[in-house]
Write a protein that binds this ligand. Structure first.
Ligand code: DQA
Length: 144
C-alpha cells in the first residue's frame, strides 16, 4: 500500500534548524528513516516537504482523490491553517498527524492544532519515532 508522508514549512531545515529543539537529525535522515520503516511494514512510502500552504493543500487533494493514506507533519500550519484542515477533512483514508516534538510542552500558541479534529489520530514527541509509530498505525488500520 502506498502512503504519502507530507511535511510542512521549515522541516527541510532539520539538522540546522534550532538544534536545541529538533536535534541534529536532518531531513535526509527523516526521508531515509521513513523509507526503512515503510519497507519493514510493507508500505510504499513517498516523503515530500513544502514551505507553501497551496502546495500542501494540493497534495492533500491528491491523497483525497486517490484514497491514499497520509502521515502529515503540518509544522507551523498545524496551529492556524484552516485551509490545511479543510483539505485534511477530505481525505477518506487514514490521516495521522505527527510531530517530532510534543507541542503541548512548548509555547502556548503550539497547544492548538486545527488539524487534530479531522485527523484519525496524532503522534507527537518522539522525534523520528513519531513517523515510525504513525506508519505502523497506518499499516495496522489497513489490516484491521
Ligand atoms: C512541529 C511542531 C510545530 O509547532 C512547529 O511549528 C514545527 C515542527 C514538530 O514536528 O514538532 O515546525 O510540527
Amino acid at each position: 500500500m502506498r502512503v504519502l508522508v507530507l511535511n510542512g514549512p521549515n522541516l527541510a531545515r532539520l539538522g540546522t534548524r534550532e538544534p536545541d529543539v529538533y536535534g541534529s537529525t536532518s531531513f535526509a535522515d527523516l526521508v531515509a528513516a521513513c523509507a526503512k520503516y515503510g519497507a519493514e511494514l510493507g508500505l510504499e512510502v513517498e516523503v515530500r516537504q513544502t514551505d507553501q500552504e497551496a502546495e500542501l493543500v494540493g497534495w492533500l487533494h491528491e491523497a483525497a482523490d486517490s484514497a491514499t493514506p497520509v502521515v502529515l507533519n503540518p509544522a507551523a500550519f498545524t496551529h492556524y491553517s484552516y485551509a490545511v484542515r479543510d483539505a485534511c477533512a477530505q481525505v477518506g483514508a487514514p490521516l495521522i498527524e505527527v510531530h517530532l516534538t510534543n507541542p503541548a510542552r512548548r509555547e502556548t500558541f503550539r497547544h492548538t492544532s486545527v488539524v487534530a479534529g479531522v485527523a484519525t489520530g496524532t503522534v507527537a514527541g518522539f522525534g523520528l519515532d513519531s513517523y515510525r509509530l504513525a506508519l505502523s498505525a497506518v499499516a495496522a488500520l489497513a489490516t484491521g
